[in-house]
Write a protein of this length. Structure first.
Length: 322
C-alpha cells in the first residue's frame, strides 16, 4: 500500500484525564452500542469490551480516540485524545444522547420500547462516513461489512494500538477521492463498489453532499444528493441517513435483517418486503427508531450474544438512481 495514501500521523495514545458527561435518562450505553457488537468487534474504528465503547474518528483533520463507560444511569465516563470540550457534541452525534425513543401506537413496538429502555440512535455522526459504510455493506452480512471496512481503513491509515488492538479511522474523503479504484477494490468490495466509493469521496470533496445539520434539516434534499451518486439506490440512501446522522424517519427499504426482525416481532413468517414497507408506514415519523428496536430485539444488545453477525442486511446491488 502506498504510504502517501495514509493519513499523516498516528492516533495519539497517551493517557488522558477521565471526564464525566451527564446524560438524560433513561439511557443505556449497552443497548445504544448494540450495532458495534453486531459486527463481532471487527469494525476498524469501534469496539465494545467489558462494558466500554472504544471509538476512533476525525476531529479537525486529526485522528482521535475516545473510550466511554456508563458509570451511573445519568452519567458517562469518557477518556481519550478527543477534545474534552467536544465530548458533549460528539455524544449527541454518535450516541444520540438527546434523542429519546418516542411512544408508538403499535403495541408490539411499544412493548419493545419498554423492554429496550434507554436505547438511543447510534450513528457515525456524518453523512460521508455513513455513505462509505452503506456502499461497503451492500449485499453482504454485517460481519463481512465490518471486515471490508477494516481492510479499507488499513489502505489509508497506519492505525494505533489501543487496549491491545489496532484501530483505524475510516478514510478521509480527499485521499479516497484520489485513490485508484483498483486499490480500493483490494479491501474486498466489487469493482463497481470501489468506483462508487471513490465517486462518493469526490462528491464530498466537491461539496455536493450535505453535512450533518443540513441533512437533518432537509432530508429530502439529502436523499436527492445521495441518489445522484453511482450505486446509491433507496436502501443505500436511507441506510446512509439512518447510520450516518440518525435521521428519525429513515427507512432502509429492502433490508432483509429488518424483515427477519419484523417477522419475529409480529409473528408473521409470511411477511415480505412489500408488506414490511406498508407496515413501516404506520411507524412514521419514527421509522428509524422502530427499525432499531426491531433489529436490537433480534440481534441483541452489546454485551449479550448477538445473533446477527452472519445475517445479510442488505439488498442486492442497487442501480444508479434514474
Amino acid at each position: 500500500m502506498a504510504e502517501s495514501r495514509r493519513a499523516a500521523g498516528a492516533i495519539p495514545a497517551a493517557p488522558t484525564l477521565l471526564r464525566a458527561l451527564p446524560v438524560p435518562t433513561p439511557f443505556s450505553l449497552g443497548r445504544t452500542c448494540a450495532p458495534v457488537a453486531w459486527g463481532g468487534n471487527r469494525w476498524p474504528n469501534l469496539a465494545w469490551r467489558d462494558g466500554v465503547l472504544t471509538w476512533v474518528g476525525w476531529e479537525d483533520g486529526h485522528a482521535v480516540w475516545r473510550t466511554v463507560e456508563q458509570t451511573a444511569p445519568d452519567a458517562l465516563a469518557i477518556t481519550g485524545s478527543g477534545e474534552p470540550a467536544r465530548d458533549a457534541a460528539w455524544a449527541r452525534a454518535v450516541l444520540g444522547i438527546d434523542e429519546t425513543c418516542p411512544p408508538f401506537a403499535d403495541p408490539r413496538l411499544e412493548r419493545l420500547r419498554g423492554e429496550l429502555s434507554g436505547l438511543r440512535p447510534f450513528a457515525a455522526g456524518s453523512i460521508f462516513e455513513g455513505l462509505v459504510a452503506a456502499i461497503v455493506g451492500q449485499s453482504i452480512s454485517v460481519a463481512a461489512a465490518a471486515v471490508a471496512e477494516t481492510r479499507l481503513a488499513a489502505l489509508f491509515h497506519p492505525g494505533q494500538e489501543l487496549g491491545g488492538r489496532r484501530f483505524r479511522p475510516l478514510p478521509r474523503p480527499e485521499p479516497l477521492a484520489a485513490a485508484d479504484p483498483a486499490l480500493v477494490r483490494t479491501c474486498g468490495v466489487t469493482g463497481r463498489r470501489a468506483a462508487a466509493l471513490v465517486a462518493a469521496a469526490g462528491a464530498e470533496v466537491a461539496g455536493q453532499l450535505p453535512d450533518r445539520s443540513q441533512a437533518l434539516a432537509d432530508p429530502d434534499r439529502a436523499r436527492t444528493a445521495l441518489r445522484a451518486l453511482p450505486l446509491v439506490g433507496p436502501w443505500t440512501a436511507e441506510a446512509t441517513l439512518l447510520w450516518g446522522v440518525a435521521l428519525a424517519d429513515a427507512h432502509p427499504t429492502g433490508d432483509v435483517a429488518l424483515l427477519r426482525a419484523a417477522r419475529s416481532a409480529y409473528a408473521d413468517p409470511a411477511l415480505d418486503l412489500r408488506g414490511l414497507d406498508r407496515l413501516a408506514d404506520g411507524w412514521r415519523p419514527h421509522r428509524a427508531m422502530a427499525a432499531r428496536l426491531l433489529w436490537t430485539s433480534l440481534l441483541g444488545e452489546a454485551g449479550a450474544e448477538p445473533g446477527g453477525g452472519r445475517e445479510a442486511s442488505r439488498p442486492e446491488n442497487e442501480p444508479h438512481a434514474p
